[in-house]
Design a protein around this ligand. Structure first.
Ligand SMILES: [Zn+2]
Ligand SMILES: [Zn+2]
Length: 117
């Protein structure tokens, strides 16, 4: 199975009646549509001054601005000002980029940590 495809009926349900898809969709179509939705998701990643990703959050739950993301990770204004001055950043990335950039950091397998220690 190279291609993940869903039939027209399941696509229509996914677009207009997603609760029906869960109950009536073909299992393989539901899996394919889930995978597509996951691939289309955006994530906020939180990057420390060394360039290491220390956190991530689903974009749709946080908001469209880097400020929104910063507030999500750091609720206090004072802490946000300090972090901004220190060079903390927040970037919105797609799922592929998230896997490339965030996953190694979040699982402790990136270059940044080795450079620090
Ligand atoms: Zn189907
Ligand atoms: Zn890192």
């Amino acid at each position: 199975m190279a291609e993940t495809t869903a039939c027209a009926d399941c696509r229509e349900m996914a677009a207009n009646r997603s609760w029906v898809l869960r109950a009536l969709g073909h299992p393989e179509c539901v899996t394919a549509i889930r995978a597509e939705q996951l691939a289309a998701r955006k994530f906020w990643i939180r990057i420390n001054p060394e360039g290491c990703v220390t956190g991530s959050a689903l974009g749709e739950y946080v908001g469209p601005l880097a400020e929104d993301a910063h507030k999500e990770f750091t609720p206090k204004v004072r802490d946000r000002r300090r972090e901004a001055a220190e060079g903390w950043r927040h970037e919105l990335v797609g799922h592929d980029e998230w896997k490339q950039r965030a996953e190694p950091c979040l699982f402790g397998k990136c270059q940044h940590r080795r450079a620090v220690s």
